[in-house]
Design a protein around this ligand. Structure first.
Ligand code: ATP
Length: 343
């Protein structure tokens, strides 16, 4: 079943449009990441789903109910949608258990106690139930925020950049833990993020947003390998996009990297190759290393080709230094894109 269905949603501030026809689906028990650059409208979309900002067109369905359209507005507290915000969202005067119990008002006292205990066990904080929020680390506070959001068994959990205030190591750990907790609880979630690695490593599907529209929604591997255009390709990671002339039955293309295997739309005019598909070796097209960036596990070498263009090559370990003459081959098919250059 589809837990969240956003269809043709428009919204803005005053006369300024921000959402310009957003379509997005989240199936039950899935985690979808909404990924896009700053200012593209992610927060505005989250606010329309939560019931804090009106739409001017389109509709939003949560479970089997339309909760938002130009004609309908279900109040936020009746939507069965909860939010894990960025940070500092816990009630400072309530202890951990009371924070988690907050959304369970009106339920039987024993049910509340059981549910709070279960949620605290889920997030690994049962022994901290009597602590005040200021006695917890940032990561622990976000775990409590997740427990609070999951406690009422919502139809949908909105995660609003919940890891952005944490340092890198803690962030990586908490991301994976949150992913596991959502799975164990069978929750349905929409994660807002501008971090490509976060979206690709956590989500079942990623929806790419640009200028108030979702450009493409797919599982991470498909999105990375088969982006809809050059902008999406570049936004998702290091990319080599070169002009292509499709030959034969559409399975080969002539490029500055040689005649290479391709897949994708046969009317494509450029081709995407990821840097890890390029290999330095004795064969292939000639080039000169211009500069290298060492990342520890691998390096990115920027190689100038004979036509003056530069392509990025990912190599294991350290790459040869600047000035070295090298040759390049493409491994695996390139992906044809409808447009070239910068989209
Ligand atoms: N309250 C507001 N009044 C007027 N304009 C706003 C308001 N909130 C956001 N905007 C504008 O709407 C656009 C989209 O903002 P939004 O916060 O939805 O983007 P975002 O993708 O969440 O960005 P970020 O990743 O930086 O949080 C931006 O141009 C922003 O300046």
């Amino acid at each position: 079943m589809t837990a969240l269905e956003i269809t043709g949603v428009h919204a803005g501030y005053g006369d300024a449009p921000v959402l310009r026809g957003v379509d997005l689906l989240v199936a039950e028990h899935r985690l979808v990441a909404l990924l896009g650059p700053s200012g593209c409208g992610k927060t505005t979309l989250l606010r329309t789903v939560a019931g804090f900002h009106p739409v001017t067109g389109g509709r939003i369905r949560v479970g089997d109910r339309v909760v938002e359209s130009a004609a309908t507005r279900v109040p936020a507290h009746r939507r069965r949608v909860t939010i894990v915000p960025q940070e500092g969202s816990l009630f400072p005067h309530l202890d951990v258990a009371a924070n988690v119990a907050f959304g369970l008002k009106g339920r039987d006292r024993h049910d509340v106690a059981d549910r709070v205990q279960r949620m605290l066990e889920l997030v690994g904080l049962a022994e901290h139930r009597r602590r005040q929020p200021h006695e917890l680390s940032g990561g622990q506070q976000q775990r409590v925020a997740l427990a609070r959001a999951l406690a009422p068994e919502p139809d949908l959990v909105l995660l609003d950049e919940p890891f952005s205030s944490l340092d890198a190591q803690l962030r990586d750990q908490l991301r994976q833990d949150v992913r596991d907790m959502l799975r164990r609880e069978g929750a349905t979630a929409l994660l807002i993020t501008h971090d490509q690695q976060e979206a690709l490593s956590l989500a079942d599907e990623v929806a790419i947003m640009r200028d108030g529209r979702v450009r493409q929604q797919a599982d991470p591997a498909t999105l990375y390998a088969r982006p809809t255009d050059a902008w999406t390709a570049r936004f998702l990671g290091d990319s080599v996009v070169v002009d292509a002339r499709v030959v034969g039955a559409g399975t080969r293309a002539e490029t500055v990297l040689g005649t290479i295997d391709v897949t994708g739309p046969t009317d494509g005019r450029s081709v995407l190759v990821r840097p890890e598909q390029l290999r330095l070796g004795p064969d292939g097209v000639p080039g000169t290393i211009e500069r290298t960036v060492f990342h520890g596990h691998d390096s990115l070498a920027h190689v100038r080709l004979v036509d003056g263009s530069t392509v990025a090559v990912r190599t294991p370990g350290a790459a040869p230094g600047p000035g070295r003459e090298v040759r390049l081959v493409v491994v695996g098919p390139g992906w044809l894109l409808p447009e070239g250059g910068d989209d």
